[in-house]
Design a protein around this ligand. Sequence first.
Ligand code: PLP
Length: 450
Amino acid sequence: MNSTPQGGPSLPQQRKLVTEIPGPKSRELLERRQRSVARGLSHVLPVFVAAAGGGVVVDVDGNSLIDFGSGIAVTTVGNSADLVVDRVTEQVSQFTHTCFMVAPYAGYVEVCEQLNKLTPGDHDKRSALFNSGAEAVENAVKIARHATGRDAVVVFDHAYHGRTNLTMAMTAKNMPYKEGFGPFAGEVYRMPMAYPFRWPGGPDKCAAEALDVITGLIHAQVGEENVAAVVIEPIQGEGGFIVPPDGFLPGLATFCRANGILFIADEIQSGFCRTGDWFACDHEHVVPDLVTTAKGIAGGLPLAGVTGRAEMMDAVHPGGLGGTYGGNPVACAAALGAIDTMLKEDLPAGARVIETLMLPRLQALAATHPVIGDVRGRGAMLAVELIRPGTLEPDAAAAAKVAKACHSEGMITLTCGTYGNVLRFLPPLVISQALLDEGMCILEDAFARL
Ligand SMILES: *Cc1c(COP(=O)(O)O)cnc(C)c1O
């Protein structure tokens, strides 16, 4: 392929393999990469991208791969979605940066208005914009500490909140996120997670028992009056797509309210239509005090937000929040294009259709392959957890094998989980049913050959 293919939704929606994976051009770039890019950055799939759109990623060798990853739940509206490209193109030719703290612009305000409208609850809200998910989480903690005058932050087993110093402390998994990077920020307390598949008392008792254990530990080890915030992913992402049992999140929110603790939902991975609702908290009508967003918010441009109750957000003095690039005008334009797409195409419904097509097939796969211990998730945030049959022992090697088999057949799929034994599926919500079906066939074949 000599000319660079045009990306976006008009890209042919087909899987096509013309070389081995990775092909010769990707391998050449990989060699240059090894000489120039730090080793600490690794790749799921070492193909270099030339274009992407809809449900496919096209590499520099001309291979067209089915995308079940969305760049880790980011390109929810697809790559180079029409409305994102239009608004970004317009904005980039008008101005690229003034710094919102120097001279503001309407796009920032419009994104905040949308966040205030779309996040759970109809109370008075305010938002602030940042560059990355980790930065949003850091700022949510800053705001919670300022608003409450308390220090302690409660997080959970299997949590993932980012790679900055405070968010490393909040993240559960050592390797690869924390190993050798300490010392970590203080006043972070970790609680057991309501993880139905692995709860000792079984899934039916998980919600009530987990709430008992957690509230007991907070009382005994931290003291409710010292806790600024409980921070939780309503469906855990990197930690293994762990869906807490019904009743757990509402119970936790009630406990927080009763004790003057802010309930912060980290919706960075689960938000923006991914789970079949606008936000995962909507499923049980949980209304967090603060919500962090990023990933799916801007069709792939770097943007993140903290949205919350007006009186808590506004507790911080003028100048206490900000950053040079936070809410960059081009990223804001992208977010407005992405949100417009989600509204116009009713992408929460799109995620529910994906669940309807994929979940029964994953369940059928589990029925015939005892290596699959659990099938879980909501909307287009689905996963299977692999174990040694008949035990709870994680089988990370099997997950890696299946993922690799999918990659070599031209399908991008990701793993996750504290034990690395979870295969997760995050297709763009605009993927065609034909590609979704073909991707599922590839996955089924990979399990058959395991
Ligand atoms: C990805 C992620 C983050 C960190 O976001 P970055 O943009 O990578 O800093 C935080 N929380 C959750 C739940 C995430 O999935």
